[in-house]
Design a protein around this ligand. Structure first.
Ligand SMILES: [Zn+2]
Length: 263
């Protein structure tokens, strides 16, 4: 069977294990059913998520022009503390920014390759954690907007990383951590102006991925260098496909690539 279309990040459903869906324009593939099977992904051309033109993807699925002009890629998407929508100050498109940034956000601790801190919209729980390959996560603060969550994250960045080590995450080389205890250790570092948003008794959510066996070392595939990727799928974690030969393919990292997909 052959499908074709622009790559978007896989959608997910939190089951044990998590269900993954690869979406095309009018079709989708239940990726869990492909474990143990051979798949082939061939790069055809680019289709920017913003302008839909065949222009080289720069970052986040956008061509260079879209990345530097669209509100979807404004600086506070990466650094929430830079959000100015609550002040009515425009970055690229105030309407868009107010809708996106002035809604409930959370600050979380997640363990994907060690403890990290992060920010996301409340509606992105647990999607965001799944996309990062977290084994478990807790909500430590609930805020009214993106800026407040960003300020809490910033006050914790000196003591906890905000990055995931993707190689360790994919090898399932995850240290045992008590997230609840960790939260109580770091609570006092939160900027005093924002402590009213902290959660008293966070609940731990555990996540289970559809992976038959984890690789010992990982080799990352890139459609720019390897336009045809072929292999037997042995697992899916975060937004990565893991193949039998220990090569891995970051689906989200290829948003905006238009591909042919053969099963
Ligand atoms: Zn574009």
């Amino acid at each position: 069977m052959q499908f074709e279309g622009q790559i978007r990040k896989m959608t997910t459903e939190n089951h044990s294990p998590i269900n993954y869906y690869w979406n095309f324009k009018d079709d989708f593939i239940v990726m869990n059913q492909l474990l143990g099977k051979k798949i082939k992904i061939s790069f055809d051309h680019y289709e920017c998520l913003g302008c839909h033109e065949d222009k080289e993807i720069y970052q986040m699925g956008y061509c260079k022009n879209c990345f530097f002009t669209l509100p979807e890629a404004n600086p506070s998407i990466i650094n929430p503390e830079l959000s100015t929508a609550h002040l009515g100050i425009v970055q690229r498109d105030l309407d868009w920014e107010q809708k996106f940034e002035l809604q409930p956000h959370i600050v979380y601790l997640a363990n994907s390759s060690g403890v990290k801190v992060g920010v996301t919209r409340l509606t992105q729980v647990p999607t965001r954690w799944i996309d990062q390959g977290a084994s478990e996560a807790i909500i430590i603060a609930r805020t009214d907007n993106r800026y407040e969550a960003g300020m809490i994250e910033v006050s914790l960045k000196d003591i906890i990383t905000d990055k995931t080590n993707w190689q360790r995450m994919l090898k399932n080389d995850v240290p045992e951590v008590d997230l609840f205890q960790k939260y109580h250790e770091i609570k006092s570092y939160v900027n005093k102006d924002f402590i009213q948003f902290l959660v008293e008794e966070p609940e731990v959510l555990k996540l289970e991925y559809p992976v038959n066996s984890y690789p010992d070392k990982v080799k990352s595939l890139n459609l720019k260098k390897t336009p045809i990727i072929e292999g037997i799928l042995k697992g899916i974690k975060a937004q990565y496909l893991i193949f039998e030969d220990n090569s891995v393919f970051n689906v989200r990292g290829h948003e905006g690539f238009y591909v042919k997909f053969e099963i």
